[in-house]
Write a protein that binds this ligand. Structure first.
Ligand SMILES: NC(=O)c1cnc(OC2CCCC2)nc1N
Length: 320
């Protein structure tokens, strides 16, 4: 078999094994077998650097230690969500929407409690990853994000697209990390969100690879190629991006509130932290009709769950 085909086969095989191991939590080969194939690929790549593929797993390792963070100016501004803390506030949002959209269909998504992330793909290849920053200028964290195993280095289609999502630390990896830090006499992280933020601010990318961050993508920032938010999310899955599967449609407050209550009861059983539910007008042309206020989109609202008291706060409350 010629070298180019050998490199292609090894790359595809290793990517499949990594997906089984990291995303499906169901490896089909032993680590030793993965390591053997990985070393074989790394050897072929070092002998034929011109044949290294953009989706090679060797881009995700290697001890790149950066000297600092470059600024990155977002091509599309990142908006933040208006918050709602009660049913009445969500009803007011629904009423505002109905002033302009007669019978809106909403899509409700979990609000992942992580770090906002922007991914820029050119010809289907991950070119830049950046933090939100102030919405216009963020920090370039491309090398760090390449160490997040569920972020595809190459999409299934060679398209140009800018996508938004959340990087988060799964609760089991958060617990492992804090246990290790206590072992080393290091201060533990207060919550998974802080741990994720601290991890993506690491200049030594080897540290990022070890921590086990993950992502959920939820918005197309570049001009929409789909008609609804639901179709965007399905399209993202087809491209190889990870999308949260807990999403429902709602056409009125009762259905919205039923979902919010359902999420409130199953929240503790999730593998990751959430801090609310995001309700969005599903039709993207209606989103455009509604537009934005100075800060927020008028077509979305975030219902926030009451903040859970941290253990220390519970102890400090005078329960008498
Ligand atoms: N943390 C989340 O899970 C989340 C955050 N934001 C959005 O949508 C915003 C993005 C810009 C306008 C609507 N959706 C989400 N699921």
């Amino acid at each position: 078999m010629n070298v180019e085909l050998q490199i292609k086969t090894l790359t595809e095989q290793l990517n499949q094994y990594a997906k089984e191991y990291y995303t499906l939590d169901n490896p089909s080969v032993e680590d030793a077998e993965y390591d053997r194939l990985y070393r074989e690929l790394a050897k072929l790549e070092s002998e034929n650097p011109n044949l290294i593929r953009a989706d090679s797993p060797t881009h995700r390792t290697g001890d790149v230690v950066l000297s600092g963070f470059e600024k990155y100016t977002h091509e599309y501004q990142l908006y933040s969500l208006q918050d709602a803390f009660s049913r009445e506030e969500v009803e007011a949002f629904d009423a505002r929407v109905r002033k302009e959209i007669a019978a809106p269909e909403y899509i409700c998504e979990l609000k992942i409690d992580g770090l906002s992330l922007s991914l820029v793909y050119v010809n289907g290849v991950l070119q830049t990853a950046a933090t939100r920053g102030d919405g216009s200028i963020g920090e370039n964290i491309t090398e760090q994000v390449k160490r997040i195993k569920d972020v595809p280095l190459v999409l299934s289609e060679p398209i140009d697209i800018v996508v938004r999502g959340e990087a988060y630390l799964p609760r089991k990896n958060f617990q492992k990390l804090n246990a290790a830090r206590e072992e080393e006499g290091l201060p533990s992280f207060a919550n998974p969100r802080n741990a994720a933020a601290g991890t993506l601010r690491q200049l030594d990318t080897k540290v990022v690879a070890k921590r086990g961050l993950a992502t959920f993508l939820y918005q197309e920032a570049s001009p929409a190629t789909n008609a609804t938010q639901a179709e965007v999310l399905t399209y993202f899955e087809k491209l190889g991006l990870v999308v949260n599967d807990q999403r429902v449609f709602a056409t009125n407050m009762t259905e919205i509130w039923d979902f919010i209550q359902k999420v409130a009861t199953m929240r503790d059983d999730l593998a990751y932290d959430i801090d609310g539910v995001v309700i969005k007008v599903n039709d993207l042309s209606q989103q455009d009709e509604l537009g934005f206020t100075v800060k927020f989109p008028k077509w979305a609202i975030a219902y926030k769950f009451p903040a859970e008291l941290a253990e220390t706060e519970i102890l400090s409350v005078d329960w008498t």
